[in-house]
Design a protein around this ligand. Structure first.
Ligand SMILES: CC(=O)N[C@H]1[C@@H](OP(=O)(O)O)O[C@H](CO)[C@@H](O)[C@@H]1O
Ligand SMILES: [Mg+2]
Length: 543
């Protein structure tokens, strides 16, 4: 039961920096780690309240700042099924984080407890983990203070990838039910996906190794651990070469490596020693994102980003649906954001002939939209995504009696793939193995994967303005509603280019407006991005 005096007392150890305003954004709270003590303490209070409200279902707290620099950190909450915190609770987190005094904090907490109708006597349960940042242990101490003050039961899972924590939250809450997701332990995670991988790779072989850059983050040691459970190349598995897995040098985290570096710089990490044709992948700092890349025969860098993983997975699942005789029950759809390359959208619609939805940026939006399909494939272009199978789809896949050996084969692979994919959230380790399985089944090299369609040249620019909040986007962020007149001016610029597409929106994680542009040539895409950026500056004022 919550004891408000205790909450107040513990809170006084973690005072809020007076001049700061916090906001629970697309990825929870994220900023310089030394500003986060009070925020993490208060997120702990909210986690306890959310668990009480849900009668003691376990809530997850992840301390990470993903691809941000080493001196940053962050915190986000995980809901009972391993999903992101329900959006209607985000403002509560913001409100608690911004309370100026202990008295105000407790007043807000009491009021929230009443408003959400949490039973004060209900149990509260939380599990938590962190990435490898040096500031993690201090922040964990702040979190613990909140959990103790609120009489919460908790388990510290120490270092985990973000998706591993999501997995564990779902496992705890489904334990002993018909929806049991897996064994509640880190080892259980490895065992589940390794068994699924073995099954999915039956009779198939990968060609050559895959080199995985782990951004010197928590994904490194976890991939090394996962490898121990996987068959090696000679046993029908895959040869995974782990690089950039040094977690003992905190300053190396996300520095000149990792998925964000590769995606935004459109080049391999400078430390990379790849030769033409080598298959490579990069994870981000908390291993919930992955991108692939290789150097083609002319030694030109080629990126295979989230859009490519989505199209690869959708085409594979559609093939399996047809081959298993389940196509009718398994309607596949793809979910993207406005940042998806226009060529990928066209490929899904015209070649794969699958329905496609466009949502706002941020995986929670994509995740919800993907739940509208039997099989919903969602990826952000930056490599964060997964595949969701509806309960009805899982049931159909589990119960179907195959009518031929070919159907039986396809069905077995499909079953394995449902186990391999982390359905709680995008998971770089699980997505890595999924891509490896698909390439092995299709017998494809990266070049063949790349050949499926030709990306439109594109440019993503960050524009700093006085107040980014005046830029209000609508229509899945593809158009600006405000400031008035800006959209018309952007469209005037777009009209000047062949296959031109461009939009501007305020970032949810940085103090800037992002401008995206694509067109038929590199020069045109760059030009269009520059012109739309100029429009944004004209309306937003130079910062
Ligand atoms: C263009 C882009 O890559 N935007 C990223 C970025 O959001 P912004 O709201 O654009 O700052 O961070 C989000 C959280 O990590 C991620 O989900 C999203 O894809
Ligand atoms: Mg991440």
């Amino acid at each position: 039961m919550a004891d408000y005096e205790k909450i107040k007392e513990a809170s006084s150890k973690h005072p809020k920096p007076a001049d700061k305003t916090f906001q629970y954004g697309t990825a929870g709270f994220r900023m310089k780690a030394n500003l986060l003590n009070s925020v993490v303490y208060r997120v702990g209070l909210l986690a306890a309240l959310r668990s009480r409200k849900l009668n003691g279902q376990t809530i997850g707290v992840m301390i990470t700042a993903s691809h941000n620099p080493p001196e940053d950190n962050g915190v986000k909450l995980v809901d009972p099924m391993g999903e992101m915190l329900e959006a209607s609770w985000e403002p509560y987190a913001t409100e608690l984080a911004n309370a100026q005094s202990e008295d105000e904090l407790v007043k807000i907490y009491e009021k929230l407890t009443e408003d959400v109708k949490a039973k004060p006597g209900a149990p509260a349960r939380v599990i938590y983990a962190r990435d490898t940042r040096a500031s993690g242990s201090t922040l964990v101490a702040c979190l613990k203070d909140a959990l103790d003050a609120t009489g919460t039961e908790y388990t510290d899972y120490k270092h985990l990838t973000t998706p591993q924590l999501h997995y564990l939250v779902r496992c705890v809450n489904t334990k002993g039910t018909q929806y049991e997701y897996g064994e509640v332990s880190e080892q259980g995670y490895y065992k589940k996906i390794a068994a699924a991988f073995k099954q999915a790779m039956k009779h198939k072989k990968t060609t050559g190794p895959v080199t995985v850059d782990c951004a010197n983050g928590v994904g490194g040691p976890k991939l090394v651990e996962l490898k121990k459970h996987l068959p090696g190349a000679s046993e029908g598995g895959v040869d995974i070469k782990v690089v950039n897995d040094d977690v003992l040098k905190p300053e190396a985290l996300n520095s000149q490596c990792g998925a964000d570096f590769v995606k935004t710089q459109q080049r391999a990490p400078p430390s990379s020693k790849i030769s033409s044709g080598d298959r490579c992948a990069s994870l981000d700092g908390d291993a919930d994102r992955i991108v692939y890349y290789f150097a083609d025969k002319d030694n030109t860098f080629r990126l295979l980003d989230g859009d490519r993983i989505a199209t690869l997975a959708a085409s594979f699942l559609a093939d399996l649906g047809r081959a298993s005789g389940l196509a009718e029950q398994l309607k596949i759809g793809v979910v993207q954001t406005a940042y998806a390359n226009g060529a990928s959208t066209q490929y899904v619609e015209k070649n794969l002939k699958l329905p496609i939805l466009c949502t706002n940026t941020g995986v929670k939006h994509l995740h919800h939209a993907a739940q509208r399909f039997d099989i919903g494939v969602y990826f952000e272009a930056n490599g964060h995504g997964t595949v969701l199978f509806s309960p009805a789809a899982l049931k159909a896949i589990a119960n179907y009696e195959p009518q031929s050996p070919a159907q039986k084969n396809a069905l077995e692979t499909l079953r394995a793939v449902t186990e391999l994919i982390n359905q709680t959230v995008g998971d770089a380790l699980s997505d890595l193995l999924l891509v490896e399985v698909i390439l092995a089944h299709k017998g494809w090299t990266c070049q063949e994967w790349l050949n499926t369609y030709v990306d439109l040249p594109n440019r993503l620019v960050r524009v700093e303005v006085k107040d980014r909040n005046i830029f209000q986007a609508v229509d899945a962020e593809r158009k600006l509603e405000k400031p008035e007149g800006a959209q018309k001016d952007i469209e005037t610029e777009i009209a000047k280019y062949t296959k031109g597409r461009s939009f501007a929106r305020a970032s949810g994680t940085e103090d800037a407006v992002r401008v995206y542009a694509e067109a038929s040539t590199r020069g045109e895409a760059d030009d269009l991005a520059a012109r739309v950026s100029a429009v944004v500056r004209r309306y937003g004022g130079v910062a």
